[in-house]
Write a protein that binds this ligand. Structure first.
Ligand SMILES: O=P(O)(O)OC[C@@H](O)[C@@H](O)c1c[nH]c2ccccc12
Length: 261
């Protein structure tokens, strides 16, 4: 069994348990549930840099990346750096994130916030809105076409932006539908952890122009972004390159300065 299959099995158990503890109606009463959301895709479209910076403590591929940085410091740092949005892992078992991380970032910043989660149930989308997210990630590798449609339409009805992530042509073909805002190409194969930026280049021509194109993972230099921009990419999701440093916000500031030159 690959790691992605394992994560999904655990996630189903986790969500089923949570559903019994916290009914959806409770989430629908939360103040953030009524909050006006900020559009990540519009911000990317209007930006010349397009950085989505991630808060990631650890990952199955790298183990610990940063276990001392505080999410509030990083959120403020990223916002000061001028990123377009912040991605926050809320998976605890494999990525060391929590829903509290997202709520803390929400309290300290006005950035569009992407809930980075393995979404396999509508419940997690309601939850995302209730904790203050502006956008959700959907991963084509773990969803059927019908689920992608159902989940993205629910997200749109809550005014959440949708970033749909693919890693190959087959996933891309089953995913293209009007209820998505952003199409992300993950340069990392979630089953083998192999990273290759060429995947973004190869798939770019197959993504219709109505979607904001995002290149995800393994981006560690300004040069890499300059290389991807001619392929139509407007968004760049960067985690480890910032998080592996002592001051992720300061690293993002340096990076964006260099990119805007
Ligand atoms: O740390 P990196 O290599 O810059 O990658 C960030 C982000 O793209 C990565 O964390 C990611 C992309 N898709 C995911 C899906 C689930 C968990 C994590 C991810």
């Amino acid at each position: 069994m690959n790691i992605l299959d394992k994560i999904v099995i655990d996630k189903r158990k986790e969500v089923n348990l949570k559903k019994e503890l916290i009914p959806i109606q409770v989430y629908e009463q939360r103040p953030y549930f009524q909050m006006k959301t900020r559009s990540l895709s519009e911000k990317l479209r209007a930006s010349n840099t397009g950085i989505i910076a991630e808060f990631k403590r650890k990952s199955p591929s790298k183990s610990v990346i940063n276990d001392t940085a505080l999410v509030e410091d990083v959120a403020i740092g990223y916002e000061t750096a001028g990123v377009c949005g912040m991605s926050i892992l809320t998976d605890e078992v494999y990525f060391g994130g929590t829903m509290d991380d997202l709520m803390t970032a929400r309290e300290h910043s006005d950035l569009p916030l992407l809930r980075k989660e393995f979404i396999i149930d509508e419940y997690q989308i309601i939850e995302a809105k209730a904790i203050g997210a502006d956008a959700i990630l959907l991963i084509a590798a773990i969803l059927t076409k019908a689920e992608i449609k159902q989940f993205s339409e629910l997200a749109k009805s809550l005014n959440l932006d949708v970033l749909l992530e693919v890693h190959n042509e087959e996933e891309l073909h089953k995913s293209i539908m009007p209820s998505l805002d952003m199409l992300g190409v993950n340069n990392r194969n979630l089953k083998t952890f192999e990273v290759n930026l060429e995947i973004s280049k190869q798939l770019s021509a197959l993504i219709p122009d109505d979607f904001v194109k995002v290149s995800e993972s393994g981006i560690s230099s300004v040069e890499a972004i300059k290389e991807l921009q001619p392929y139509g990419y407007k968004g760049f999701l960067i985690g480890e390159n910032f998080m592996k440093t002592d001051y992720p916000g300061a690293s993002a500031t340096q990076f964006i300065k260099q990119l805007s030159k």
